[in-house]
Design a protein around this ligand. Structure first.
Ligand SMILES: Nc1ncnc2c1ncn2[C@@H]1O[C@H](COP(=O)(O)OP(=O)(O)OP(=O)(O)O)[C@@H](O)[C@H]1O
Ligand SMILES: [Mg+2]
Length: 281
C-alpha cells in the first residue's frame, strides 16, 4: 500500500477499485447558485452566482478573488457535505443531489479539506494518533491504511508528535497533521482553502510543497483557494477568478495571469508586488 501512494501517478488511479483516469471528471459544477441570508436584515443574497467549472483527474484548479467573493461557499458546495443551492454538483460522476445519506457518507472520504486554521480543524481532546485512529474507524472495511509513523514521515514530522495534542503543536505542525489526515484517506479531491494564510511566513513554503507532493503522490485533483496569485500560479494548472459570487474569468493559469481578459483580474494582478499590470489597462 505504501508503494501505491509513493508511485502515485495516473497508474495509481488505475489501481484504485472502480476508478480510472478515463472515468472522466472528478468534479463538475454546473450553474451553481448558492444564497445566504444577511446576518442583520435576514435578506437573501447570492454568494455563488451561476458558477460552472470542472476538474479532471489529477488536475489542480485555483480559485482567486477578493474576500467575500464566494470562494469558500463554492468550495464547500463541492465537499460532499451536502448540495446547497441550485444547479448540479457531480463528484466522481455522481450527482450529489440524487444521493441518499448513506451514499453521501460513502463518498465523503474521497474529498478532503485542508482549512486555513489547522487548530480549528483538529479535535483538541485527541492526540494526533487517536485522531488518525478515529478516521480509520470511519471505514472499518478498508485495509490499505498507511501506518502512523509512515504518515507523519510523509509530512516531515517526527514520530514523537503522534502523542501530542493539538495545543502542543505549532500552526505549521498542526497543518502538516491536517495534510497527513487528508493523505491517509487517499482522496480523489483535495480542497485547500487558504491553507497557508494563517501560518508563519517561514513555514508557508514548506506546507505548500507538502500539498504539491500530496497531489503528486496520491494522484488527487485539487481545488486550491488563495488570495495569493503567485502561489496559485505556482501550484495550479487552471484558475477561476471570482468576483461578487460570479466567475469572471477562467482558464489555463499561465494564460490568465499572462494575458488577463477581465479588468478585475488585471486589478488583482496589479495588486501583486512587482506586477507589470496596472488597474484599468
Ligand atoms: N453561512 C453563512 N451565512 C451567511 N452569510 C455567509 C455565510 N457564509 C458566507 N457568507 C457570506 O457570503 C459571502 C461569500 O462568503 P465566502 O466565505 O464564500 O467568501 P470568500 O471568498 O471565501 O471570502 P474570504 O476570502 O474572506 O475567505 C460573504 O459576503 C460572506 O459574508
Ligand atoms: Mg473563504
Amino acid at each position: 500500500m505504501t508503494e501505491a501512494i509513493e508511485t502515485g501517478t495516473a497508474a495509481d488511479l488505475v489501481r484504485r477499485p472502480g476508478l480510472t483516469p478515463q472515468d472522466g471528471l472528478v468534479l463538475e459544477i454546473e450553474d451553481l447558485v448558492v444564497q445566504h441570508r444577511r446576518e442583520r436584515s435576514r435578506e437573501l443574497f447570492t454568494a455563488v452566482d451561476h458558477v460552472s467549472l470542472s476538474i479532471g483527474p489529477g488536475e489542480s484548479m485555483g480559485v482567486v478573488g477578493e474576500s467575500g467573493s464566494g470562494k469558500t461557499t463554492l468550495a464547500m458546495a463541492a465537499t460532499a457535505l451536502g448540495a446547497p443551492g441550485t444547479g448540479t454538483i457531480r463528484l466522481l460522476g455522481r450527482d450529489l443531489r440524487s444521493l441518499k445519506r448513506a451514499e453521501l457518507r460513502a463518498l465523503r472520504p474521497e474529498v478532503q479539506v485542508v482549512f486555513q486554521d489547522p487548530h480549528g480543524s483538529l479535535d483538541p481532546r485527541q492526540s494526533v494518533r487517536s485522531g488518525f485512529k478515529e478516521l480509520r474507524a470511519l471505514q472499518p472495511r478498508r485495509t490499505d491504511w498507511i501506518d502512523d509513523e509512515d504518515l507523519v514521515g510523509r509530512v516531515r514530522l517526527a514520530p514523537d508528535l503522534l502523542d501530542r495534542y493539538p495545543h502542543q503543536l505549532s500552526g505549521g505542525q498542526a497543518q502538516r497533521v491536517c495534510i497527513a489526515r487528508a493523505l491517509m484517506m487517499r482522496p480523489r479531491l483535495i480542497v485547500a482553502d487558504e491553507p497557508t494564510s494563517g501560518l508563519d511566513v517561514s513555514v508557508q513554503a514548506d506546507v505548500l510543497e507538502l500539498l504539491r507532493e500530496a497531489r503528486r503522490t496520491t494522484g488527487a485533483s485539487m481545488l486550491f483557494i488563495s488570495h495569493d496569485l503567485a502561489v496559485v500560479r505556482s501550484i495550479c494548472q487552471r484558475v477561476v477568478v471570482m468576483y461578487r459570487g460570479a466567475v469572471v474569468e477562467q482558464g489555463d493559469a499561465e494564460q490568465v495571469f499572462a494575458r488577463p481578459r477581465h479588468d478585475y483580474t488585471r486589478r488583482l494582478l496589479a495588486a501583486m508586488p512587482g506586477s507589470r499590470w496596472r488597474a484599468g489597462r
